[in-house]
Design a protein around this ligand. Structure first.
Ligand SMILES: *Cc1c(COP(=O)(O)O)cnc(C)c1O
Length: 365
């Protein structure tokens, strides 16, 4: 060996390609609708608390994120001892993989699932097994068919990114019931705050009634704190205990922790954002469909728009056309969706500009 060799699985991970930062035509404002960030920013109270925290940057954070776990506990009616906070849910997902996956193990996710799942799986030497979807939606039977003696974990974003689809609670329960008890089910509820369906449950009930299911959540979406990196999980005591043993002792910074507390307590800010998202998601879905494009019905803060394959009308053409106008959507080639673009619901101005842009795009010869 003439040089260090990465662990098995590491080089099977496709290098991450970050979203582009394009330059629009002169005189156009840029709207970034490519990363599912809120157009409203965080609660002003969170910003205020964050600024105040600057006075004490010399001190290490409280290592268990106690004040944040308590605030989350109050907001969701959960026992703070069963919560772990992390540097984004990314860290939590990686900690779970590191705790439960090893060489030769298998972890299942679905065809168009969040890319962090296969990365966290392979980073631990495990094999990423991909279940087909039905109508861009996780298919419980397809997942269950892939379970083998090596299966250790199932990843399920509900709702899923980048498709925006969800599984009703009955289906999630059916999935859990069909999995062997030693298989960890990870329910990623990053977008749960945007869902208004009475057959949806974000995972709390299942976690509370089983000892092999965890639910992860984030402050990056409706709370608008993506830059600060705060996520959390709710899990059974045994899983919380195991994950805490490998968690870095100061993994959430004090400014991030305190801002997250202020954010979760500002329910009016969340409500405003949810109402806006509901309204414009319906409007965009309807109007974009009228242009002759297909939109996958979404319950999250983004929509998936499918484009024709004919030259001049493809998703790549649309992406280039919109980008020139400062409207940045997300191409999804690395998600196995080369003919679709994902659009985050933006401000009214941004949403109307995208519709206008798509109308001209579809009408041009
Ligand atoms: C955005 C997103 C997250 C949040 O990740 P953070 O690391 O908390 O910012 C988690 N899961 C899915 C499916 C997402 O789209």
């Amino acid at each position: 060996m003439s040089r260090p060799v990465p662990n098995p699985g590491i080089l099977d991970i496709a290098p991450y390609t970050p979203g582009k930062s394009p330059v629009p035509e002169a005189g156009r404002k840029m709207f970034k609708l490519s990363a599912n960030e809120t157009p409203f920013g965080p609660s002003p109270k969170a910003i205020e608390v964050y600024k105040q925290a600057a006075a004490h940057l010399e001190d290490y954070p409280e290592g268990t994120s106690r004040v944040l776990r308590e605030a989350i506990g109050r907001a969701f009616g959960l026992d703070p001892d069963r919560i772990i906070c992390g540097a984004g849910s990314d860290e939590i997902l990686n900690l779970l993989a590191h705790t439960y996956l090893g060489r030769g193990d298998e972890a299942i996710s679905t065809k168009h699932a969040f890319l962090v799942y296969p990365i966290a799986t392979k980073a631990n030497g495990a094999i990423s097994v991909v279940a087909p979807e039905t109508n861009f939606t996780a298919d419980v039977d397809a997942i269950l068919r892939l379970v083998s003696a090596r299966t250790k974990l199932v990843w399920l974003a509900n709702p899923n990114n980048p498709t925006g689809t969800y599984l009703p609670f009955d289906e999630v329960k059916r999935l859990r019931a069909g999995l062997p008890p030693n298989v960890l089910l990870v329910l990623d509820a990053a977008y749960s705050d945007y869902v208004s369906r009475n057959d949806y449950e974000l995972g709390i009930e299942l976690v509370a009634t089983s000892d092999n299911t965890v639910m992860t959540h984030t402050f990056s979406k409706i709370h608008g704190l993506a830059a600060l990196r705060v996520g959390w999980m709710f899990g059974p005591a045994s899983i919380v205990d195991a994950v805490n043993r490998i968690r870095g002792p100061f993994n959430v910074s004090t400014p991030a922790m305190l801002a997250a507390v202020a954010a979760i307590e500002d329910t009016a800010h969340q409500q405003m954002s949810k109402i806006h998202t509901d309204k414009w998601r319906s409007w965009l879905t309807e109007e974009v469909t009228k242009l002759g494009l297909t939109v996958t019905p979404s319950v999250a803060n983004f929509i998936l728009i499918h484009f024709p394959l004919e030259k001049g009308k493809t998703s790549a053409d649309a992406d280039a056309f919109l980008t020139k106008r400062g409207l940045v959507l997300r191409a999804l080639n690395n998600y196995g969706l080369p003919h679709a673009l994902r659009m985050t619901i933006g401000t009214e101005e941004a949403n109307r500009l995208v519709l206008e842009g798509l109308r001209e795009f579809m009408a041009r010869k």
